[in-house]
Write a protein that binds this ligand. Sequence first.
Ligand SMILES: Cc1ncc(COP(=O)(O)O)c(C=O)c1O
Length: 348
Amino acid sequence: MNYSFNENVEKLVAYTPGFQPDDPAAIKINTNENPYPPSPKVFEALAGLTGDALRKYPPIFWDDFRKVAGEVHDVSPDHIVCGNGADELLAMLIRCCCNRRRPMAYPVPTYTLYPTLGDIQDCPVIEVPWGPGCQLPKELATTHAKLTFLCNPNAPTGTIIPVDAVGELAGRLDGVLAVDEAYVDFAEDNCLRLLKEHDNLIILRTMSKGYSLAGMRFGYAIGSKPIVDALLKVKDSYNVNVAAQVAAKAALADRDYFQANVQKIKQQRNRVAVALQSLGFDLAESHTNFLLAKITKPTAKDVYDQLIERNIFVRYFSQKELNDKLRISIGSVEQNDALLAALNDILK
Ligand SMILES: Cc1ncc(COP(=O)(O)O)c(C=O)c1O
């Protein structure tokens, strides 16, 4: 081989996404997808796409989506940036704020994509352990990182930091605070109101969870004008395809469908949590569409393997703080029934 890659790429360990089984009968509750289809309005919008819309490049500034999102969230559309999934926006933020001399920080454990995105852009990462019970660690405010990620509610713990505490953190940081609200659709509160007070704040949302559009790839961020303008400078010209733009707009606009969908998942979350506890799992209260369930006898890895034998896929993380737990996405009623029956059988 007479070529090489950048040193950071040579050293890079690629992110491992949740397993994608081929079998359509598999119960896939390992990547926090929504078990229900998106709003019927999404299918109407996609059916309405013309040959002309497909022939041309998509809108550069996602105008129709931004208009609806501005109305839904009561913000000016020019404070919104869209991405090919929230993941693209995370990478764009690092591109704007970080380099070899400008680190990023976040509490751990959290979304395991953050360090990979940092490594890709050769950015040092500062990991600060959560306080007891996943409280905000005081040290997070004093890292002097140029970009701090706060996943809130957090994955994979499902825990949430109160909005006031997030506001206090934003006020103390001397860099940008990106609050990743990928799971906020399933929580009782969100950080949008902090945007009026903190110009170093940007909030990320995804259409992958509460809106059932993980396959479409659409995320958006709402923040102060300087941060939004920086993101616009580094974005690819046509970063979101036209089908994703019309689908995301239709899904976001259909508030009734969204609320009913989220409600069904929250109800199932409560039911599965109670059932898991009665089977001997230890759980923190979840503000997301998944549960992090601790089990030591048998080991979490053993339960995970036995579930796979029954064609049920949950998420297992081998790192130290998580290797005694399973992260279980909330599925449909039938999927949850199958999970609980399998666990009953494994643990009996
Ligand atoms: C914490 C967190 N942030 C962001 C994302 C990415 O969302 P998207 O599907 O919009 O890229 C995920 C996806 O699982 C996530 O768990």
